[in-house]
Design a protein around this ligand. Structure first.
Ligand code: ADP
Length: 179
């Protein structure tokens, strides 16, 4: 599923983010960038040791929640991995929405700064961190649309959703956006 915003493509696919042939894939990391389960584990396994070596060398203090830091992508087809630290869901009254928006915005800013044209995101915080997927879909797609409306780049932003349910939740939000 795909919509166009300011000549940029905003696309949803179901699949595995480690397989995406884009300039940068985004990782849903934890704040000490130590590697973990879920999409983080899959990205580190597919990229190889160089990823954890680079995060510990370049970012020994980790990364604050709501932001992201860049590394190279090791053995992955992408050129870069942006490690974004999503909020843990604590009921919604703890700044979770702003922090989630911050992750997506910072990654898009980094992509533009580096002249990268294609970015793939997972559904940050919707796994172990417990962010309700319907709310995360609304917030993340809205933030990406706003960014594309004001920056008109990167030219491709792809959400890579792992499960049927996650894909469906995002597709419903995108349909409402165009409808
Ligand atoms: P968080 O701690 O931010 O919640 P998780 O890794 O637990 O991070 O989950 C984030 C999302 O990534 C979930 O929706 C999960 O289904 C999804 N996910 C897990 N593995 C992959 C993968 N290989 N590609 C894309 N998405 C994935």
């Amino acid at each position: 599923m795909l919509i166009t915003v300011e000549d940029c493509q905003l696309e949803l696919v179901q699949g595995d983010i480690t397989r995406q042939e884009v300039d940068v894939i985004v990782n849903a990391a934890n704040s000490d960038l130590a590697g973990g389960g879920g999409v983080d584990g899959a990205i580190h396994r597919a990229a190889g040791r160089s990823l954890i070596e680079e995060t510990s060398r370049e970012f020994p203090d980790g990364c604050p929640t709501g932001s992201a830091v860049p590394t190279s992508a090791g053995d992955l087809p992408a050129q870069f991995v942006f490690h974004a630290v999503g909020p843990i869901w604590r009921g919604g009254g703890d700044g979770e929405e702003d922090l989630l928006r911050g992750c997506y915005r910072r990654c898009l800013e980094l992509a533009v700064e580096k002249g990268l044209e294609s970015v793939a995101f997972p559904a940050i915080s919707t796994g172990v961190y417990g962010y309700p997927v319907d709310l995360a879909a609304e917030t993340s797609l809205d933030e990406v649309r706003r960014f594309l409306e004001s920056s008109a780049r990167p030219s491709l932003v792809r959400f890579v959703l792992f499960s049927d349910g996650h894909f469906g939740a995002h597709a419903r939000v995108l349909e409402e956006m165009v409808g």
